[in-house]
Design a protein. Structure first.
Length: 330
């Protein structure tokens, strides 16, 4: 997570200067090295260091933000749905990879699973990166109203200094992702606490992620109609409503419904940030802006991901530190 924080800005700037293929190739190779290194890690410290440097700093951070920023520069019309499609990839992966990895870990062990993931990253991502060799076309002025054109051309977008606007987006992203992480991180433990068991919680989490894909695609269509800023404000309101619904309802059926509503309401916020950066900042700074906006996501998710799970239904406080060694690691 911390590696992803620092790497997002660095890789965004690389994409602005050399094109998106440089960070994507760097990330593909780094992910392969990182997963291979973690598979061979003799201790938890080596595992954590390899994860932070190769998987976080130079790996995952090199793909998401630069790709989302790059796709926003290719489209004039329908830019919102293009950004939303690109941003939906990690949620699709969240639906595909868990059962595959579960089978690998159960059948061959976690080290083999790490090796397989690293190999897939290199074999699949490097050839796909070649598609990104073509440079972004020169920007064509959009057919928009004179007022909107003047607003985008201003050196003070929305009447604010660029750094001020960027800072506000960072704060907004931090608040957004604290709220986003709470149900997704804690729903399984919450279901255990209520006596429903972890399997029901995992199903609710899958429901959130599935409806999250729908949310992101729908947000793309909405952004093309009303703009990124209005979409962000509308989505933030819906996110607050969905989060509040967890307070009065704790029945099994009700939690399934609220989980679906939460996924449907909150996941369209992520592509809205990239859309806003593209609307109010120069195209040459799209990668840097999107990378800076992505920085708060990791610490926000850390704030939602408590390292201790407590079950009160059993009246016995069960606390399990996250630092528990992986099997076969001492």
């Amino acid at each position: 997570m911390l590696g992803f924080v620092g790497g997002s800005v660095m890789m965004g700037r690389l994409a602005d200067r050399f094109g998106v293929i440089v960070p994507v190739v760097t990330g593909s190779l780094s992910l392969g090295v990182g997963y291979t290194a973690t598979a061979a890690a003799p201790t938890m410290w080596v595992f954590a260091l390899a994860s932070g440097v190769f998987i976080g700093l130079f790996g995952a951070s090199a793909v998401f933000s630069p790709l989302v920023a790059d796709i926003s520069r290719w489209f004039d019309r329908n830019r919102g749905i293009a950004v939303a499609l690109c941003a939906s990839g990690n949620y699709l992966a969240g639906a595909v990879w868990p059962p595959v990895l579960q089978a690998l870990v159960a059948g061959a062990g976690w080290r083999t699973a790490q090796l397989v993931v690293g190999g897939v990253c290199v074999v699949a991502m490097l050839p796909l990166a070649l598609v990104l060799r073509q440079p972004v076309p020169a920007e064509v002025p959009r057919k928009a109203s004179a007022a909107a054109s003047r607003e985008r051309a201003e050196t003070r977008p929305l009447g604010l200094a660029p750094n001020t606007l960027q800072g506000l987006l960072v704060v907004a992203a931090l608040g957004c992702c604290v709220a986003m992480s709470m149900p997704q991180v804690h729903i399984v433990a919450y279901c255990v606490d209520l006596g429903y068991g972890p399997a029901r919680g995992a199903e609710m989490l899958a429901l959130m992620l599935g409806f999250g894909i729908v949310s992101r695609l729908a947000s793309g269509v909405i952004m093309d109609r009303i703009g990124g800023l209005a979409t962000l404000l509308f989505g933030s309101l819906l996110q607050a409503v969905a989060l509040a619904l967890f307070l009065p309802f704790d029945g099994l059926t009700a939690l399934y419904i609220v989980s679906a509503i939460f996924g449907l309401f909150q996941d369209g916020l992520v592509p809205a940030y990239a859309f806003i950066v593209r609307e109010y900042f120069p195209a040459s700074e799209a990668g840097d802006g999107s990378g800076s906006r992505s920085r708060p996501h990791s610490p926000a998710w850390r704030s939602g991901a408590g390292c201790r799970v407590r079950s009160s239904t059993s009246r016995a406080r069960i606390k399990r530190p996250c630092s528990t060694a992986l099997p076969g690691m001492r």
